[in-house]
Structures are given as C-alpha cells and as structure tokens.
Ligand binder design. Structure first.
Ligand SMILES: Nc1ncnc2c1ncn2[C@@H]1O[C@H](COP(=O)(O)OP(=O)(O)OP(=O)(O)O)[C@@H](O)[C@H]1O
Ligand SMILES: [Mg+2]
Length: 343
C-alpha cells in the first residue's frame, strides 16, 4: 500500500530507491543541462545528529507522506515544530537514507540575504591580486582571458550549489527561516519557483572571448562550470526549510511549500531516537529517564530532546548504580526550559 514511499524513515541507507522517483510534474521540470557532478559523501554533521543505528521508524505516517510528497512534487518542505522536535535532523535523515550525500546547510540569521545563499563575489580580493601582479610585472595588463580569472573570486553558497544541474537532487537545509528579515522568504520563493538564478558579474562578460563558460568554486570546494552567468537546476533539490513556528510566513510561500508540523518525539519514536544514539536496549535501560522526561508534558513543561540525550550520556558515567544520584543528575539536566500552553 505504501509502495510509493521513496523515503521510509527506516534509517537503513538504500541509495537505489531515489532512482525510482518518477519524473516531476510538468510545471516542476527544469531545463538545466545536466553536469557530471556528484554530491560528496555524507559528512560528520549528519552522522553526529543521526547516531549510529535507527532500529525503528522515527517519523510518523503523516510526516512520511508529506516528506515524500515534497520529493515527488519537487517542492520545498517547510517544517515547523517546537525546539528539539527533529526539524533540522530531518534533512540529514533523508540524505542518509536515500544516499544523497553531504547536506548543504544555510543557517539563517536576521542579516541573511538571498545573495548570501546564492554566491559571494570577492571583488576586493580580485582587485588586490591584480594590483600585486601589476607591481610584480608592470607590463601586466589584467587577467588572462581563459575564464580562469574572475571565477576564482566567485564562490557559490549553499543554495547556489544546490541548484547546480546535477543528476540527483541535493539536500539543502535552510535552517531557522523564522530568524530572517521580512524580505527573505519572498526572495527565496522566486528562486525556488524558477529553479535558477543569475550571476550578473559573469553575465556581463559572457560575450568576451573565452569567458562564456567560467569555472567557479562551489560550496563543496570544487570548480564547476557556469555558462553565460546562469545556473539552472536539473534535478530539483530536496529543500528543507525549518521554523520554530514563531512567525507567520507570507501566503504565497505557504502555498508553494509542503508544510509539515513535527510533533516532539514521544513513546516509540523517542525510544527509537535514544537507541539510535546509545544502541539496542538503551531505551529499556534508561526507561526511568524517558519517563521523567515525558512526565512534564501534562503540566505544560517544555523539555528538549537534547536534554534527555545529555542526561542519559552523563548518568552512564556519573551514577551507574546509584539511583538517587542518577535522579538528581537527570533533574538537573532535564529542568523544564519554559512553560508551554497546557494540552
Ligand atoms: N531521526 C533521528 N535520528 C536520531 N536522532 C534524532 C533524529 N531526529 C532528531 N534526533 C535528535 O534529536 C535532537 C533534536 O533534533 P533537532 O536538532 O533536529 O531538532 P530541531 O527541531 O531542529 O530543534 P531546534 O528548533 O532547537 O533547532 C538532536 O540531538 C538529534 O540528534
Ligand atoms: Mg534545528
């Protein structure tokens, strides 16, 4: 019945499954000429968050369906939920299971602008280098025209790299979008609708000999070709935008995203998460801590998953046998952070 699910939340890598993803709907096809670039392998940032094993499905049914809807429809996934509900980790879980390689990450702050995500042009560095060359060799007129010049000073950001026309979707995490200023969500929307962006510094020189295609650096530190200053995606990236839900996003953005509200992990999802980090049987060994962690739910107390993970880690050393001490340490580390509305 659930054969259509490409991502299954099982935690076991199955890189073949992404090959079974059907073609995008007509309105989400993009014209980028595919380049032979593959994502680098998954890095420490993902394995650190995911732990070493995932014996049980970590996402519930609804979440699984929405994640897959975003994959099929080539739409960004907007994930909201309380702190610690697993929003940021979701992008890593998808990349890990579907073998999509290193997750590109763009942490948003109030000063973030669209351009930061797309590319950076180091005009001052270029000027400085040109001046140095002239001092060394006064006959030096400028850069060679083989396209190697300006490209060294342009570096694609996480969004720019995600839009490179690779054969498989890259995973891009735009983390904490709610921290942005008011314009960013709308600016972002345009780029994600079109699946492309331009680099005016390269467009301007595209008609000079040898400058039609320029190699620039990407977020993975590789040199990739950009033709006529335009980057158009081929396989649309799997974009996860997270928000603590403190903010109302513009309606056009909400309409064009798949919206997933993540509940904080409880019961078997919490047990699965603990076992992912501490191994089989860990949820039973530490069931007292799991219980006191979830107890506060009834009183509207807010505790983060990371507090539970910290408490379990520490009590393994500090109070293996001593139950009273164990409780003390757990209380100390799992103090409620805040009160939330009672359920
Ligand atoms: N699928 C998973 N497998 C293993 N661990 C997970 C999984 N999902 C979440 N976790 C763990 O739960 C904790 C909280 O997850 P995460 O940081 O993704 O939450 P968040 O919703 O992004 O929180 P915040 O709003 O504070 O950024 C992390 O320590 C992470 O390692
Ligand atoms: Mg997060």
């Amino acid at each position: 019945m659930d054969d259509w699910l490409i991502y299954r939340g099982q935690g076991q890598p199955d890189p073949e499954r992404i090959g079974r993803l059907p073609d995008p709907p007509r309105w989400r096809r993009f014209s980028g000429e595919p380049l032979p670039i593959e994502a680098p392998p998954i890095d420490h940032s993902s394995t650190r968050r995911l732990g070493t094993r995932a014996p049980l499905p970590i996402q519930d049914d609804e979440a699984l369906q929405l994640i897959n809807a975003a994959l099929y429809l080539r739409r960004p996934l907007l994930v909201t939920g309380e702190p610690g509900s697993g929003k940021s980790t979701l992008a890593h879980a998808v990349a890990h299971e579907l073998g999509l390689g290193r997750v590109l990450q763009w942490p948003i702050v109030s000063r973030s602008e669209l351009r930061d995500g797309l590319y950076a042009y180091d005009a001052i560095g270029r000027l400085h280098d040109a001046q140095l060359s002239r001092e060394r060799d006064p006959r030096h007129e400028g850069e060679s025209e083989d396209g190697g010049g300006i490209g060294r000073y342009i570096r694609l950001g996480p969004l720019g790299t995600a839009l490179l026309p690779g054969g498989r979707p890259r995973v891009l995490l735009i983390d904490e979008l709610d921290k942005s200023d008011i314009d960013l969500p709308n600016d972002l929307l345009n780029v994600l609708e079109e699946g492309e962006f331009r680099i005016p510094e390269l467009e301007r020189i595209a008609d000079r000999p040898g400058q039609r295609t320029v190699h620039v650096l990407d977020e993975d530190g590789r040199r990739v070709p950009v033709t006529e200053g335009r980057v158009t995606c081929h396989a649309f990236p799997f974009v996860v935008m997270t928000s603590n839900g403190e903010r109302d996003f513009p309606a056009p953005l909400l309409r064009r995203c798949i919206h997933l509200k993540l509940e904080p992990p409880r019961n078997e999802r919490l047990a699965a998460l603990v076992q992912a980090h501490f191994g089989d049987g860990a949820a039973e060994d530490h069931h007292d801590l799991l219980e006191s962690f979830t107890e506060g739910d009834h009183n509207g107390e807010l505790r983060l998953t990371d507090q539970l993970l910290n408490a379990i880690f520490l009590t393994q050393f500090a109070a293996r046998e001593d139950h009273v001490r164990r409780e003390e340490i757990a209380d100390l580390l799992m103090r409620p952070l805040d009160q939330r509305p009672q359920r």
